[in-house]
Ligand binder design. Structure first.
Ligand code: DAH
Length: 347
């Protein structure tokens, strides 16, 4: 029996030494110390021993058990330490690997131009105002002196919400003139940028949604000279001091007199031709149309409770995309809305 116990101890030590996982350790614990284990099996034979041998064997069995338990504990600690070590090694972070570069975006080219225009007008004392894109036909047309049946009211040009054509997506920023004038005593000096909508197929120069910038100045003694001063200042700022402009008579229902402002084509310098070919930028016109403008019609002033005998004003409306395209030499309007970074990165 003594021999049996010594064999158990020796084999247990070897087996425990070579166990490499917590599961293998647990298996050995059951095999050696469990109710059906080897040590228990030996102890069951104690009854056959003489009374003198019994305590001696009992002591030996206890020492074997204690050794096994101590070894189990030791291996457990070692195995956990090794596992932790391996895990740490596996999860090690190489702090010397270069990080992924974070590429910062920048303002959209159209917003760059908008910002430039806003800053210029704020510098001249204009206030920036904002208004609804879902607009009453009353503000978008009627109160701008645009009579029933006018072609711009046509259902094929305008997005209406209601069968009675009373509610629509604004087709221009000009209704902001009414919204400001009906609430504000002159002097008025505002700039109203925003989105507008028309039933246009998208092509190089059209989009069903685009941006306009409306300007309005109403005070005593405002003349066409003030209008010219403001707009020439703007265009020289945007297109350079040597940009050549012209004002051309036109008609808008809400201004009288009305005009359009053109810039001499920067590509063909007004000749309409480049290398014997029709200039692709101005289509041979020699001029590029920039905006509509005029002196606010007395009917419009009166409709907003402003006395046209005392006050006069000018207004203008320009397409922001068109301004950005001219400023940044962009030849297709759709590029502005596609948001392709290969395009955007160029600005
Ligand atoms: N709203 C006009 C358009 O969309 C542009 C315009 C013309 C605005 C004359 C004005 C103006 O304020 O006075 O075509």
């Amino acid at each position: 029996m003594k021999q049996q116990l010594e064999i158990i101890r020796q084999q247990a030590m070897q087996a425990l030494e070579s166990a490499e996982t917590p599961a293998a350790l647990e298996e050995l614990r059951v095999k050696l110390l469990g109710k059906k284990g080897e040590l228990t099996a030996v102890l069951k034979q104690m009854g056959k021993l003489s009374p003198e041998e019994r305590p001696v064997m009992g002591q030996l069995a206890n020492s074997v058990r204690a050794d096994i338990e101590a070894k189990l504990e030791e291996r457990k600690t070692e195995i956990y330490a090794a596992a932790l070590e391996a895990k740490l090694r596996q999860e090690a972070i190489d702090v010397t690997i270069p990080g992924k570069a974070v590429t910062l975006g920048h303002e959209h080219p159209m917003n760059q131009v908008l910002q430039q225009i806003k800053e210029l007008f704020v510098g001249m004392g204009y206030q920036i105002v904002d208004g609804p894109e879902i607009e009453l036909a009353d503000y978008n047309f009627t109160r701008l002196n645009i009579e029933e049946g006018h072609p711009s009211r046509d259902r094929s040009d305008t997005f209406y919400f209601t069968d009675d054509d009373s509610l629509l997506l604004r087709t221009q920023t000009s209704p902001m003139q009414i919204r400001v004038m009906e609430k504000t005593e002159p002097p008025i000096c505002i700039l109203a940028p925003g989105r507008v909508y028309r039933k246009d197929e998208a092509d190089a120069t059209h989009s069903p949604m685009f941006h306009q910038i409306e300007g309005l100045v109403v005070a005593e003694n405002i003349t066409m000279g003030n209008l010219k001063g403001a707009l020439v200042t703007l265009m020289k700022q945007i297109y350079g001091q040597d940009a050549i402009m012209r004002f051309r008579p036109h008609h808008f229902p809400f201004t009288e007199p009305s005009c359009e402002m053109d810039m001499q084509c920067h590509k063909c310098h007004g000749t309409g031709q480049v290398d014997g070919q029709v200039c692709s930028t101005c289509h041979g016109e020699g001029w590029i149309e920039l905006l509509g403008a005029g002196m606010v019609h007395p009917n419009v002033l009166e409709g907003c409770g402003i006395d046209p005998g005392k006050y006069s004003g000018f207004a203008f409306g320009m397409g922001l995309e068109r301004m950005a395209m001219g400023r940044m030499r962009i030849n297709d309007l759709r590029l502005i809305f596609d948001n392709d970074v290969r395009f955007l990165n160029q600005f």
